[in-house]
Design a protein. Sequence first.
Lengths: 289, 285
Amino acid sequence: MYVYTVATLIGIYCILTLGLNTVTGMAGQISLGHAAFLGIGAYTAAVLMVTYHWGFWPALIAAVVAAAASGAVVGGAAIRVRDDFLPITTMGVNFVVVAVFLYSPFFGGAFGIGGIPSPTWFGAPVGKPGFLVLVVAAVLLTLAVNLWLLRSWAGLALLATREDEDGAHAAGVDVRKFKIAAFTIGTGLAGLAGGLYASCLTFISADDFGFPFSITILCMLVFGGIGTNRGAIAGAIVLGALPELFRPLAEYRMLTYGAILVLLMRWAPHGLLGEESALWRRLARRRAA
Amino acid sequence: MLLQQLVNGITVGSLYALMALGLTMVYGVLRILHIAHAAVFTLGAYGGLWAWHVTGSFWIALGCAMASAVAAGLAMERWVYWPLLGKPPIATLIASIGLFVGLEELYRIAAGPQPYAFALTPRLPELRWGPVLITPPQALVISVTAALLAALWLLLVRTRLGLALRAASQDRDMATTCGMNVRRVVAFDFALGSALAGAAGMLVGIYYNSVSPTMGDVAGYKGLAIIVLGGLGSIPGTVLGGLIVGVVETLVIGLVELPLPRDAWAFVAMIAVFLIRPQGLLGGR
């Protein structure tokens, strides 16, 4: 049973890293507050299901919409902010969101929200294996959204914005529109992860969605290879499973993450499977031969 | 009552300013957000506490706090920031976050998660002025901060090194072209900022009588909010921003009941400033 929970959580990490990859990897907008949108999704779903007795599916959709709407607002603020300021702004958003959850009785305050129901499938509860299937389906859906985005004109516009904002603007790309779109899609995906997270753990509290978790998601993405979908998934799986496989590592998890980030940036900024990483180039060469 | 709150606010505000100055100085010269500055600050608190336990002297403790912070700052500059210069800003930022997260965890493992008391009672008189009371720790914080700020000002305005630092922060490439050893100026910049952060760490430890691995969290994030308020890279703006945040925070908390914790308000203010005046309060650029 424990294996199912771990696998489900890793699936949720995959959705989070893929969403962050849309914002930071593709559009180049550094967000240090991704966990805030996970929290907005989780709290929306939890309040709707526990306080207002909504079903799982409408609550999940509401979670996506709520997170995407807040993401659009932050994205709208982001276009006013110079590049350097965006990380601090998103970090500030993360703190304010956690503080609101922690201090508002409507969101359960310091006690969090418990007793969140599991989803049902034609009247029967799905159980842990069923939930895992659900999460894997959600990961595939997320991947499909990202692949579609990457191959569309919009994806090209996002990449152009990342590489050279002024150049993209001069070439006729509406940079502001695409920045907001990237934020909306990426945070909407985080909202999807949040709805699933709340239902998977049946209990949430504000501390689950703090700045350290935003860093964890960013670390997974950078480790796997920022800017690529395969990197996002590989990072979530490897760094999500490591603390479970090596118990001593769980104790020093943040130390490990910190060391990984510094060492990677210093010597291998493309991560494990990024476009220019040594491992990926070797794989690509083998496939070509 | 209001005057008393003002004194409390200025004390807290001067600690914020001291902490944020290093952030502003590093941003001014290198255009990077030095998130790991908060870890330097915490190291200063531990270094000062250790030296005080060993020697029992405030001045030796302050020296040790600043020296350990300078060593950490220089090591970061030498092995992380300088090699990453010229890479995309995201690489530096992520490395800086990694340093911060890792070091904070290292302090937790080395010193334990529990807070230590820093029961240093300064041998200063209690200043009473009608209903206003300035406690010895407050007098200590305000006087040490004022002395450090004055020293910093003299250093920047009256010495060749200070001139070089100001030149490098205006235009690093031009400074290099003019034959300045920018490498050394950057190291000096880090040393100066880290020394101030180390002193701030120790003073915060004394003022709140507590030193813990996570004490850099709030201070660091608030420091970022303050340098934004003051206009990134502006030294007078940062001092002003620190004092404003300290005073407003203390006054508002003392006067009205608020639905959010005090630390969240600094961020609300910061986001508001971003939207209304993106260049900061005193920022010209």
